[in-house]
Design a protein around this ligand. Structure first.
Ligand SMILES: C[S@@+](CC[C@H](N)C(=O)[O-])C[C@H]1O[C@@H](n2cnc3c(N)ncnc32)[C@H](O)[C@@H]1O
Length: 330
């Protein structure tokens, strides 16, 4: 983990390359917690800094701590946020390291947390990162290219049963077995290196009926590989409870998820925090059993039709929010 102040980066500005999703709604949700001087807001998924910049501009009394595991995102967002000087601290870290990051910065509690989960526009647009099925590129898909194994490693080395499990559970791919049989046949001839060969193989492996719906037939396999390569679900499972724990009473958290598996984790963490855990039949609920969270959204909120028309990538977004209303009692 590297902690560094926001500073001017060497490359182009990020602000032309990404429209922050459900921005107004995220700001409104966090607003009541961020008005006081000294408020700290953590953007756990800095990306190109769209949400972060809006947080700094909208809440002039607040300080921002922003995390990303992708060094390129930190470089581009660093350039964008440079005008805010030391109000912004950018940190190279995975978001499950949030408690350690706050510890190192000497910030025991925060007033706001934002997660905008998943992959960034920049990661999708940079063909050589291998996230996009529409362009031929090395099958990498690591958000942090300095560590971990690539999507090609997963395809070339995992046992067939494990690949089927990944495609089914992370990609919700009904044809997982058929695709994996084809992958295993092909990788015996020559290991996978590039995305085009995988896209072609999926196209050939799927029955005609399965290709009629749901966009590009490689979409679900690519999502599954990306989630596996970056350990995304395990990371969300650890990070969202840790973020709730870091909130001061009155602090607020907003999470944007882009597929049902992530959204389910967020929903469960918030629901558990908002539930009275007292054994049934107690006449008065003791403090330690009372909910720590108040839900700020009924179900998940969706982007408006206008937003989706302007920004196709907002379409799958699901926003949930919660407010911390009580300390944990040991
Ligand atoms: C959807 S983008 C965020 C876009 C950002 N809100 C903006 O307005 O520009 C998600 C970002 O989260 C980062 N990310 C994904 N998983 C992460 C993790 N476990 N830890 C830290 N950063 C992560 C990705 O590298 C990516 O840059």
């Amino acid at each position: 983990m590297r902690v560094r102040p926001a500073k001017r980066g060497p490359r182009m500005s990020g602000n032309t390359r990404h429209v922050p999703v459900m921005l107004r709604r995220c700001l409104d949700m966090l607003a009541p917690a961020l008005a006081e001087p000294g408020a700290v807001v953590v953007d756990c998924t800095l990306g190109l800094g769209g949400h972060s910049e809006a947080l700094l501009a909208t809440f002039p009394a607040a300080r921002l701590i922003a995390l990303d595991r992708d060094p390129s995102a930190l470089r581009l967002a660093g350039e964008r946020l440079a005008p805010y000087g030391d109000r912004a601290t950018l940190v190279h870290a995975v978001y499950d390291e949030l408690p350690e990051v706050l510890d190192r910065l000497g910030v025991p509690r925060v007033q706001g947390v934002l997660f905008d989960l998943g992959v960034s526009s920049m990661q999708l647009d940079e063909a050589d990162r291998g996230f996009a099925y529409a362009q031929d590129a090395p099958l990498d898909m690591r958000m942090d290219q300095t560590t971990g194994i690539s999507a090609a490693d997963v395809l070339n080395t995992y046992a067939p049963g494990e690949l089927v499990r990944i495609l089914r559970s992370y990609g919700e791919e009904k044809q997982a077995k058929r695709i994996v049989e084809a992958v295993v046949r092909e990788r015996a001839k020559e290991p996978f290196r590039n995305s085009a060969r995988l896209v072609e193989l999926i196209r050939e492996a799927l029955p005609q009926a399965a290709k009629r719906h749901g966009g590009n037939p490689a979409k679900r396999t690519f999502q599954a590989l990306r989630i596996e390569v970056n350990g995304e679900l395990a990371s969300v499972e650890r990070a969202v409870p840790a973020a709730v724990k870091a909130l001061a009473v009155g602090g607020r958290i907003a999470v944007l998820a882009y597929h049902s598996l992530e959204d389910r984790i967020v929903k469960q963490v918030f629901a558990a925090g908002a539930t009275n855990t007292a054994p049934p039949g107690l006449p008065v609920v003791p403090e330690q059993y009372q909910p720590r969270l108040k839900l700020l959204t009924r179900g998940a909120e969706l982007p408006t039709e206008e937003e989706v028309a302007e920004n196709r990538r907002a379409a799958p977004a699901r926003l949930r929010g919660a407010e911390r209303i009580r300390e944990d009692i040991a």
